[in-house]
Design a protein around this ligand. Structure first.
Ligand code: NAD
Length: 354
C-alpha cells in the first residue's frame, strides 16, 4: 500500500465535539458576527430558534427555507434576504441542505460559516459547494465555503429518525469507501476512512435498536466527522458521480440514493481497487466487503432498490449518458453496458456483483 508514494495536504479544521451548543457563541464572538443569518430547513425551525437564544445578545435572523440540492432560486431569495438584513455571517444548523445553502451564499458574499450538523452527510467538512439549475446539479470547490467552525453535538441528532439515520450514515460510509481508492488518498486519509466507516457500521444497528442511545449517537457523529473530512480531502469517483446525477436530474433523495447505490459500486470497483478491499477488512472483517455491506443494509430499515425512491427503468439511459459525458477518475474503466447493468441491479435491489 502506498508503494508509489503519496501527497497529503490538510484542510484547516476547527471542530468541537460533545460540548453542547455553547461553543457556537464562542465562535460567533471570535469571528466577530454582528448580524448572522441562522439557516435551517422548515421542519428544524425550533432548533434554529435555540441557536438564536444561544448566541444572544448578538441579533440573528432565521432563514428556514433550505431544501435539498440547493436550487438557484432558493439561493437568490436567501441572498436578497441576507443583503437586506445586513448579514455578516451564516450559522447553518441541520443536515446537508442548510449547510449547502450557507455554502452557496458564502460563494457569493464571502461571509464565513459556522456549521452545526445534525445528520451524517459530512458537508460541513468540505470546501465543496453544489447548485441545481434547470435540473442539472453543478459542484465545485472553493476554500471560501469551508465552514470556519463546526460544532458537533450528538444530543441534537437524537431526534433524527432511525431510517434517516441509517441512510445518512450510509452516505457517510460512501465517502470513506471512495476515499480508500481515491487518486489523492494518503495513509492519514485511509486511517480516517477506515475508522469513520468502522464507527458508523458499529453505531447504526444500535441506533435502530434505540435511537435515544447517546453513546451510539456519539459514535455515529464521530464517524461522520471522519468520513466528511476524507470527502473534503480527496477526489470522489463513480459512486458520487452517479448519485449526483440521480439527485440533481431526477430529484431523488440524496441519502437514500447514496445508500442504495453504494454496495453496487463497491462491488463493481472492488476487483480494480485492492487497497479499498483491504482497508475495509478493518470494517467488515475478511471476505467480500460488498456482501458484508449488503447483509448489513438488508438488516436495517432502509430502501434497497432505486425503484422504491421513484427512479424508473426508462431513466437509466440518461444517467449513463451523463456519467460518460465528462471524464473523471474511477479505478475501473466506466463502460456504458456495465453501468447500465449496475443501475439495473440497483433499480430492483438485486444482489450486488463485481
Ligand atoms: P437534509 O439536510 O435535507 O436532511 C434530511 C432531513 O432530515 C430534512 O428534512 C431535515 O430537516 C431533517 N433533519 C436534519 N437533522 C435532523 C434531526 N437531528 N432530527 C430530525 N430531523 C432532522 O439532508 P442530508 O442528507 O443531511 O443532506 C443532503 C444534502 O447535502 C444534499 O443536497 C447533498 O448534495 C448535500 N451534501 C453536500 C456535501 C458537500 O460536501 N458539499 C456532502 C454531503 C451532502
Amino acid at each position: 500500500m502506498f508503494a508509489d508514494g503519496f501527497a497529503h495536504s490538510a484542510l484547516p479544521m476547527n471542530v468541537t465535539f460533545g460540548r453542547g451548543m455553547s461553543p457556537v457563541k464562542e465562535h460567533v464572538d471570535s469571528l466577530g458576527f454582528r448580524r448572522p443569518m441562522v439557516i435551517s430547513t422548515h421542519n428544524r425551525t425550533p432548533l434554529a430558534r435555540s441557536v438564536v437564544e444561544v448566541i444572544a445578545p448578538v441579533e440573528a435572523e432565521i432563514y428556514p427555507g433550505a431544501v435539498a440540492h440547493v436550487p438557484v432560486a432558493v439561493v437568490d431569495h436567501a441572498e436578497k434576504r441576507a443583503r437586506d438584513m445586513g448579514c455578516d455571517g451564516y450559522i447553518a444548523v441541520g443536515g446537508g441542505a442548510p449547510i449547502g445553502l450557507a455554502k452557496a451564499l458564502a460563494l457569493r458574499t464571502s461571509h464565513p460559516i459556522i456549521a452545526i450538523p445534525t445528520t451524517y452527510a459530512g458537508s460541513e467538512m468540505t470546501p465543496v459547494w453544489g447548485l441545481t439549475e434547470n435540473n442539472v446539479k453543478r459542484t465545485g470547490r472553493d476554500p471560501v465555503v469551508l465552514p470556519r467552525a463546526v460544532v458537533y453535538d450528538p444530543n441534537l441528532t437524537i431526534s433524527l429518525p432511525a431510517p434517516v439515520s441509517v441512510t445518512s450514515g450510509m452516505n457517510a460510509i460512501a465517502h470513506a469507501v471512495e476515499a480508500l481508492y481515491a487518486p489523492d488518498t494518503s495513509p492519514i486519509v485511509a486511517m480516517m476512512a477506515r475508522e469513520g466507516a468502522r464507527a458508523l457500521t458499529a453505531a447504526l444497528p444500535r441506533i435502530v435498536s434505540d435511537p435515544t442511545e447517546l453513546a451510539a449517537r456519539s459514535e455515529a457523529l464521530y464517524g461522520s466527522w471522519l468520513c466528511g473530512a476524507v470527502l473534503g480531502s480527496t477526489t470522489m469517483a463513480l459512486h458520487h458521480k452517479l448519485c449526483h446525477i440521480l439527485g440533481g436530474t431526477f430529484d431523488l433523495p440524496h441519502a437514500q440514493v447514496h445508500a442504495i447505490v453504494l454496495p453496487h459500486v463497491l462491488a463493481f470497483n472492488a476487483p480494480f481497487a485492492p487497497q479499498m478491499v483491504a482497508g475495509l477488512d478493518d470494517v467488515f472483517g475478511a471476505g467480500d466487503p460488498w456482501t458484508a455491506l449488503w447483509d448489513l443494509q438488508t438488516s436495517l430499515p432502509m430502501p434497497i432498490a432505486l425503484s422504491e425512491v421513484g427512479f424508473r427503468e426508462g431513466d437509466i439511459a440518461e444517467v449513463v449518458r451523463q456519467v460518460l459525458a465528462i471524464p473523471y477518475y474511477n479505478p475501473r474503466p466506466v463502460v456504458a453496458a456495465e453501468i447500465t447493468a449496475l443501475l439495473g441491479r440497483a433499480l430492483v435491489g438485486s444482489t450486488p456483483t463485481p
